[in-house]
Design a protein around this ligand. Structure first.
Ligand SMILES: Cc1cc2nc3c(=O)[nH]c(=O)nc-3n(C[C@H](O)[C@H](O)[C@H](O)COP(=O)(O)OP(=O)(O)OC[C@H]3O[C@@H](n4cnc5c(N)ncnc54)[C@H](O)[C@@H]3O)c2cc1C
Length: 530
């Protein structure tokens, strides 16, 4: 069963061993295990539903609680402290587009806001209910079937509520893959990916969701928007772009058609170490611009490399590796690059050989597949560390942005510096580290992680998060980065959107949403502030 107040399946747990804890204690001090509210305590404060009865709407308190929040740090604080705040007044699980339309009409009749709910993995405050009006949560869970697979065009159509594992299993049965693997793969959904412009770990080969999304159907308060598929079109505005990144403001994506690929017959992940950041960064830029058919490049800076090795929990093995690397010029300050290739065996291996040759030109030391394959094995398990850290009294939060190459180093330094200072007024330290998560010929995404201590009381922990979030978001926009490369805007990033879109740009977005949702009932307060 899924955890109600943390990440993942209740039967899966990871622990932080003594070495990993010692590493964190040395940097930010010892943590103190916080006390969590029980599910019953959290539900106790939920008010009676303000919605009129409807056969498709469940107003049971526990169902409402389970669909109230996502996975952002403020969401976790509300769950862990049993301070759910506004929760939806009812949750519906439609099984067809007709039912979605009926529910939108019912919401209008009740003067209710509508929050579409995919997998509930948002980390940007996308899912919070409205305090001022009743809220209907429309969960897409039951719209999950593959409706069509056109192998000639390599297009597959799904109900938009299909989760990552379910989607891949349905495609795999026919020898295909979508290749979209965000770290939240276990629970996030196709519809959620499209409307938040998600990016998977192997987007270098398969593309971001905007390249994979070919068309679909959106039910909006103003009617149905059908977007047919074309291999390409010059017929004016591409309507897919209205849906991508719409974050539930436009309507509900009920069906999505995606571009799929034959399952690769070969896949491998390798690790390469560089003596310092500058050589590593030059190498990945050259690699991205060489446009080799690789599937993943992921470059950790020196602090992240050190942190990953420390938290891996194999002190003796890591010690041997570090000694070996030191002899080859990669000592303190070394940076780890993970390189993946998938597809036709001959092409993938040739791409890897070419990549290692480029890396050698920057003094990169290829250490083989061991660490890379270990990363692949744990790629969806590492997120469980967030639960383990919390139990020890530590919060883990992230931000991500993307910039053209000249801005990448400056943004990384500015974000980490802002984080290091952000909790000074609270008398706390932040352990900050960064990797370039997605590499493009034009630039890179900069993904920073912050670990800091929990105070254990809701108000103080929320204040710490606010200080940190606002300091690093200011640093992002001041560096010229986008406020999100892959997590979207939601409520948490909305204050910084104008810096990127400009006044006219935001007005245009408001006008667009208003055309499809004239009463402003679709996910109010997210993406574009009133
Ligand atoms: C541990 C962790 C790791 C993550 N890793 C990644 C990553 O590697 N890459 C990445 O891109 N993101 C990542 N995310 C962020 C998150 O998984 C993505 O934003 C994802 O796309 C959200 O999908 P979801 O189905 O969970 O949507 P939800 O969280 O349920 O909803 C997100 C938004 O989309 C709207 N929505 C959902 N479905 C629909 C629909 N069918 N129609 C209209 N609106 C809809 C909701 O109203 C909401 O505004 C991660 C999150 C976590 C917690």
């Amino acid at each position: 069963m899924r955890r109600w107040n943390g990440w993942g399946d209740e039967t899966i747990d990871v622990e932080m061993n003594a070495d990993a804890l010692g590493f964190l204690e040395a940097r930010i001090g010892p943590g103190q295990a916080p006390t969590d509210a029980s599910f019953e305590q959290a539900c106790a404060a939920i008010r009676a539903s303000r919605l009129s009865p409807h056969p498709l709407v469940d107003t049971n308190t526990s169902v409402r609680a389970l669909h109230a929040l996502g996975q952002s740090l403020p969401d976790w604080l509300r769950l862990r402290h049993g301070r759910l705040g506004a929760v939806p007044d009812g949750v519906a699980f439609p099984e067809s587009a007709d039912q979605v339309r009926a529910l939108l009409a019912y919401a209008a009749a009740n003067g209710a806001a509508v929050v579409p709910y995919g997998g509930g993995t948002s980390v940007a405050g996308h899912l919070t209910a409205s305090l001022d009006q009743p809220t209907l949560c429309i969960a897409l869970t039951r719209l999950r079937a593959m409706r069509n697979l056109d192998t000639e065009s390599q297009l597959a159509s799904f109900g938009a509520g299909v989760t990552g594992p379910d989607l891949e299993a349905q495609l795999r049965a026919h020898g295909y893959t979508l290749g979209h693997f965000p770290q939240s793969f276990e629970y996030s959904t196709l519809g959620g990916w499209v409307v938040t412009r998600s990016s998977g770990q192997q987007s270098l080969r398969y593309g971001r969701i905007e390249q994979l999304f070919a068309g679909g159907r959106v039910e909006t308060p103003a009617g149905t928007l059908d977007i047919p598929t074309f291999p390409a079109s010059a017929a004016g505005t591409d309507l897919r772009e209205l849906v991508l990144g719409s974050e539930g403001r436009l309507g509900i994506l009920v069906d999505a058609t995606v571009r799929v690929t034959k399952l690769p017959d070969y896949e491998a992940f390798h690790a390469v170490f560089f003596p310092d950041w500058d050589s590593a960064q030059r190498a990945v830029r050259t690699l991205a611009q060489a446009r080799l058919p690789l599937s993943m490049l992921r470059l950790s800076n020196a602090v992240e490399t050190q942190t990953m090795l420390a938290l891996a929990g194999h002190k003796r093995l890591v010690g041997v590796l570090e000694k070996w690397l030191r002899l080859r010029g990669c000592g303190e300050g070394k940076c780890m690059l993970l390189v993946g290739a998938s597809g036709n065996k001959g092409q993938a291996r040739a791409a890897l050989r070419a990549a290692f040759a480029i890396a050698r030109g920057e003094r990169g030391v290829h250490i083989g597949k061991g660490l890379g394959e270990r990363w692949r094995h744990n790629r969806f398990r590492n997120v469980y560390l967030r639960n383990a850290a919390w139990r020890q009294g530590y919060a883990i939060d992230t931000v991500e942005t993307a910039l053209d190459w000249p801005g990448v180093n400056g943004a990384m330094a500015a974000i980490e510096a802002a984080a290091a200072q952000a909790l000074g007024e609270h008398g706390e330290r932040v352990h900050a580290y960064t990797h370039l998560s997605h590499l493009y010929p034009q630039g890179a995404s900069v993904y920073s992680t912050f670990v800091y201590r929990l105070a254990g009381d809701y108000e103080t922990d929320l204040a710490r998060w606010r200080s940190l979030k606002s300091a690093v978001s200011e640093a992002i926009v001041a560096s010229g980065g986008t406020i999100s490369h892959q997590h979207g805007v939601g409520a948490d990033h909305a204050p910084w959107l104008e810096a990127e879109k400009g006044h006219l740009g935001l007005e245009a977005m408001r006008a667009l949403f208003n055309r499809f949702d004239p009463d402003g009932r679709m996910n109010p307060g997210k993406l574009v502030l009133p």
